[in-house]
Design a protein around this ligand. Sequence first.
Ligand SMILES: *Cc1c(COP(=O)(O)O)cnc(C)c1O
Length: 384
Amino acid sequence: MPLTRFEEHLSALKNKHLYRTITDRENAQGKTISLNGKTLINFSSNDYLGLSYNPEIIKHTKKYLDTFGTGGGASRLLHGGTHLHTELEALTAQLKQTESALSFSSGFSANVSVIPALTDANTSIFSDELNHASIIDGVRLSSAVKYIYRHNDAKHLSELMSADRNPNKMVVTESVFSMDGDIAPIDSINELCKANNALLYIDDAHGTGVIGKGCGVLAHFGINPEPHIIQMGTYSKALGSIGGFVACSSVITDYLINTARGFIFSTALPSYVAAASIAAIEFVMKNPEIINQLMNNIRFLKTALKDIGISVNPSDTAIVPVYLDSVKETLRVSDYLQQKGFRVPAIRPKTVKTPRLRISVTALHTEYDLVSLAEAMKEVLAVT
Ligand SMILES: *Cc1c(COP(=O)(O)O)cnc(C)c1O
């Protein structure tokens, strides 16, 4: 039976409590989530600003759905894009303070396309050990020499870089780590890149729309976007839309248009999607208070968790992990919270090495939601 090995793999996952299934939600993404007929306060969404269901953005987007239809129809090089794509890229470059930007059908696709395109056998890639799966796959697809440095450890990175003899180097890191919510020391890493004449590739998926007043990690550190820095990001998280991007110097976007396989051989995002991303960036630029609201909520929840003895990292990011001793305990706590009306996902291996709850805070939560969550956590963890 040719499928036996897949069945065996699935049974092994079930035995280890690592088997995963899909539950579709029954409402729009937002403060609440309806699952199997039950409405819960939603702490599982990356839509940190609630922009995926924003009336102003929906109205703007519908107009372009009527004008340009549902699909892109071809790659960008074969006219799959419209003026909206070019406008979106100009606006992304403005948000990121770069010369240029280029959009991709997803952030995953951007990472697996851009990292191999920018590197070759004469390049060394230095990648943080906790980088996202799409970065890992992008690095695997590259013919570069590969080094993995200890998480956020600039000293280890520095040692590896000094020992390497390749003429070209590129450091790859997330800005806000997607499962831990901590921020990479981009200031020290950037200094190392400058000293070693290396490119710096930053995946700002969870920084964009959140830190640096929404502009992301460079603004957070007050670093000028210099030509050796490539800022990757997504429209799919805080911007509530879909698609990936890189923002960088125009030489690099030009190079990627001519070499990045996920750009050349993939259909352009539909124009209405580009319109939605434009409207989302404009919304963030016009309404800075929405980010203040998110920051207030993040600080409020972190204080409430600290008050009940849960340790949290001090960074102002929307991802708040609560580390637990075992997969079973993590599932127990997540199930208990679900019974109490909160959807807080349990994150298990292989996604992460150590199991945890991953609380995603959004600007839509109220202080009451956050306090109630902390109280329920106190009950279930029996901490005082
Ligand atoms: C989500 C995510 C991506 C992929 O972005 P999509 O647009 O969802 O494909 C890439 N990198 C990181 C760090 C992410 O969290």
